[in-house]
Design a protein around this ligand. Structure first.
Ligand SMILES: *Cc1c(COP(=O)(O)O)cnc(C)c1O
Length: 384
């Protein structure tokens, strides 16, 4: 059996090596390192893939979130509601811009921001909601867009983990995650579903004026050379990363399918186990497998371990050559940087529970059946 890895970037590279190497070499030979044709072509190809009017590439997923918020003109003191159970980047940029982060609990079924908790958290100062499509499954966008419309709020989708997923609305229409809210961000960090070989990110929007605004912000606030109309940043996707992404984008659907098949195999093996809760889909689509729905692209395959020792399971797996991860071990509202006296522990019951129960198993495009069988057998062996 091949050594099991949490993420196998080398195996994936071997399959696209020629194209990647020649594209990178071409950037070097043509010395089009910054804003070269690869960046522009990638932007157009991603717009087409997502069916979104504007993709604005930038340096990483954290910048993408920050720039989206700057583009919307959010101002110090504005409140932005986001999930307590996510990677810190989301809340970090809210705080950096001197906006007020308002963390709320998540849903115990899909791990995404809880719609009722959003409603409770809205005040006259609320300006935006940031749903995160955590682990690759879309948040409840129908309900979130309804709330946003009713209260005149912006919706910024953090799609760093969800690229390529479809969101099925209650009326049956499908859209790619990241094209539903007013603006979205994504990350091309190497281990993400569409990863480059360094840092990269992008902002998506269907709003022409906002896209124009954002294109200036990523380039020092310039709309005309050496005229700085707004305070901007320097955030670029470099041409070598764009070349890698162009080589990988045509494979994104196949990569996500490989993840969904691995997830299906895990889920079938753990079905109805009394100490294990397996991940769900969106609940709106009618497909009977993850592959048929494409509503979950499994950036992570995350189980809840119920009435059993999750940390001992992590150690047991490690001793048996199986890496795993706990995403995320501490709720954001309990992090030193983001503590706030207004928070009430009783409002975070789900997140407080999930941090004790979740475990993410190896998930990447190169997992084979033998490895998955060994992993599931080892989990069940420990947990009984
Ligand atoms: C990875 C990630 C980010 C940040 O992306 P970077 O490219 O590492 O800056 C933001 N939000 C979420 C949910 C992520 O998973």
């Amino acid at each position: 059996m091949k050594k099991i890895q949490m993420v196998d970037l080398k195996g994936q590279y071997e399959n696209i090596k020629e194209r990647v190497n020649s594209s990178i070499l071409n950037v070097i030979e043509t010395t089009t390192f910054i804003n070269g044709p690869e960046v522009h072509e990638f932007q157009k190809e991603l717009e087409e893939y997502l069916d979104v009017k504007h993709v604005i590439p930038c340096a990483n997923g954290t910048d993408a979130l920050q720039i989206a918020m700057m583009g919307l003109g959010l101002e110090p003191g504005d409140e932005v509601i986001t999930a307590d159970f996510t990677f810190a980047a989301t809340v970090e940029v809210i705080a950096l811009l001197q906006l007020t982060p308002v963390l709320v609990d998540v849903d115990s079924i899909n791990f995404n921001i809880d719609v009722e908790a959003i409603k409770k958290a809205i005040t006259p100062k609320t300006k935006a909601i940031v749903p995160v499509h955590l682990f690759g499954l879309a948040a409840n966008m129908d309900e979130i867009m309804e709330i946003a419309e009713e209260h005149n709020l912006y919706v910024i989708e953090d799609n760093a983990q969800g690229i390529g997923a479809d969101y099925t609305s209650k009326d049956g229409t499908k859209k790619k995650t990241g094209t539903i809210g007013h603006v979205a961000s994504t990350s091309f960090f190497p281990s993400k579903n569409l990863g480059c070989y360094g840092d990269g990110g992008a902002i998506f929007t269907n709003d022409d004026d906002l896209a124009h605004q954002i294109r200036g912000i990523v380039n020092h606030g310039m709309y005309e050379r050496y005229h700085h109309d707004v305070v901007g940043v320097n955030s670029r996707l470099d041409s070598i990363q764009a070349a890698v992404l162009r080589a990988k984008l045509p494979h994104l659907d196949a990569y996500n399918t490989a993840r969904q098949r691995a997830a299906q195999k895990y889920t079938d093996a753990f079905k109805d186990h009394k100490h294990i809760i397996t991940p769900t889909g969106c609940g709106n689509c009618s497909g009977t497998t993850f592959e048929a729905c494409n509503c979950h692209v499994f950036h992570q395959y995350t189980l809840r371990i119920i009435n059993a020792d999750r940390d001992a399971l992590v150690s047991y797996l490690f001793e048996n050559g199986i890496p795993s991860g706990v995403y995320y071990p501490i709720p954001l509202h309990l992090q030193k940087a983001y503590k706030d006296e207004r928070y009430n522990e009783a409002d975070f019951a789900v997140t407080n529970q999930l941090v004790k129960e979740v475990i993410s198993l190896p998930m990447h495009t190169e997992l084979d059946d033998e490895q998955i069988d060994y992993i599931t057998k080892t989990v069940i062996e420990f947990i009984g």
